[in-house]
Design a protein around this ligand. Structure first.
Ligand code: PLP
Length: 442
């Protein structure tokens, strides 16, 4: 695990935010998502404080990483805005009291209803993603008699992966307007011809789980070049430059362990490159916007499970099955994501075997972690999987009609529910048996 003050071992047990993990499992049941509030707040502060050393900035929390009402209260208290990608995320943010003018609305295929909801509520910006959306949004704004701030999402042709990045002339992506093909320029021209859309600036998001600073800086250079072109061709300055999220976190021994303060290196690199470009290219300095998700909540999360069946296939593999699985964490099933784990009730026991942690779903690919080192696990042990705060709860499902586990927020030894557990009654709440299928009482 990536040990820190709020994730440590005490009396042989794992302790998160001052709470004993075994006691949390006993009180709330398992599976259980546990979120460390101090970690989340610390990350928000690192991003804000490091950017505040430079010019105007804005930090948005990328809701898709972990979305529920409580997280918006925390990020708003820490001075962040939010990006949302659906009517559901927008509704959650607004119902948690997030100010509409701190919200950016993304998506490669927003519905008309979602655009109406965004405009009616007065979000700060809609991030445009395709040409016909420009006319559609202008029409929505006209019918509601509103002006709407927009960013044009640019695909800068920088494709980044965890440990390397490549530059491609024609990246194949469903997101954004391709810069090299001239589509981004066409989009800007189209926005400037509308009646109700106000061009605020540009947006790019080059990928996720990226450790290298270079691809971010490269994308920034491409966008400032484009800002210069926009100025020359259309006589317009971009007020905002949004470089998305994507900063990498620690999941397993394959990843770098970055202390919270280390994330300031990304933001400083971006802010310095921007200031240099602005000077060189004689641009008006835009507000620098970032929208990290995973790095704010990912390492804050630990999921607790109870070990059930343990099965060894001699010479092949040992499976340790737990009471969760792809319904609370689909990331292994989706893209073979790596995780690390520990026995939260026996933290000082030596890891003596290599096992695969299997979920309880009827799906062979339902694994949580493959080939992890653990002490000899037994039925009833509390198993902790680390770095599950991002893209776990938000990607959870009711597959096999398993209930989505509750989420607790821990801080200074107290634990509060952020999301209540689902009951079996919740699982059938929206089911309807048509009249013709009703059981006839005889
Ligand atoms: C447009 C946009 N912004 C921000 C993010 C957040 O990325 P991350 O959680 O890796 O920081 C994503 C993730 O997919 C994204 O698509």
């Amino acid at each position: 695990m990536n040990q820190r003050e709020t994730l440590c071992v005490k009396d042989d047990h794992l302790v998160i935010g001052g709470c004993d993990a075994v006691s949390l499992a006993a009180e709330f049941g398992t599976p259980l998502y546990v979120m460390d509030e101090a970690f989340i707040r610390g990350m928000c502060r690192i991003y804000r404080e490091s950017l505040a050393e430079y010019g105007p900035y804005r930090v948005l929390y990328a809701s898709k990483a972990f979305c529920c009402k409580g997280i918006y209260r925390i990020v708003e208290e820490e001075g962040l805005g939010a990006d949302v990608v659906s009517g559901g995320e927008l509704y959650t943010a607004l119902s948690a009291g997030m100010p509409a003018d701190s919200i950016y609305f993304h998506g490669n295929n927003k519905t008309v209803e979602e655009l109406e909801m965004a405009v009616e509520n007065g979000v700060h910006a809609v991030v445009l993603d395709c040409l016909d959306e420009i006319g559609l949004l202008d029409h929505v704004a006209d019918s509601l008699d509103k002006e709407v701030g927009v960013l044009v999402r640019v695909n800068p042709g920088v494709e980044a992966h965890t440990h390397h990045y490549i530059q491609t002339a024609k990246p194949d992506s469903k997101f954004g307007f391709n810069l090299a093909a001239g589509l981004a320029e066409e989009a800007v021209g189209a926005v400037l011809k509308t009646q109700h859309l106000r061009l605020l600036g540009l947006h790019a998001h080059i990928g996720s789980q990226i450790f290298d600073k270079k691809p971010f800086v490269l994308a920034l250079h491409k966008l400032t070049d484009f800002m210069k072109e926009i100025r020359e061709k259309f006589g317009v300055d971009c007020e905002e430059l949004n470089l998305g999220g994507g900063f990498g976190i620690w999941y397993s021994e394959e990843d770098r362990k970055i202390p919270a303060s280390g994330y300031a290196e990304y933001t400083r690199a971006l802010a310095e490159a921007l200031d240099e470009d602005v000077r060189e290219k004689k641009l008006k300095r835009p507000v620098l916007v970032i929208e990290p998700g995973r790095s704010i909540v990912g390492e804050a999360g630990v999921t607790l499970y109870t070990v059930g069946a343990v099965k060894e296939i001699p010479g092949i593999r040992k499976y340790v099955s737990v009471d969760g699985g792809m319904f609370d964490n689909p990331r292994f099933a989706l893209y073979q994501a790596k995780y690390s784990a520990a026995l939260a009730n026996r933290m000082n026991d030596k890891a003596e075997e290599t096992v695969t942690i299997a979920g309880k779903c009827c799906e062979s690919g339902d694994m949580l972690a493959v080939d992890v080192r653990l002490p000899k696990a037994e039925r009833g042990d509390t198993l902790a999987v680390f770095s599950t705060g991002a893209y776990n709860y938000s990607m959870a499902s009711n597959y096999n009609r398993n209930a989505v586990p509750p989420v607790v927020l821990v801080c200074d030894g107290r634990a509060d529910l952020l999301v209540k557990p689902q009951s079996y009654e919740d699982l059938v709440r929206n089911d309807v048996i048509p009249a013709r299928l009703q059981k006839v009482k005889r």
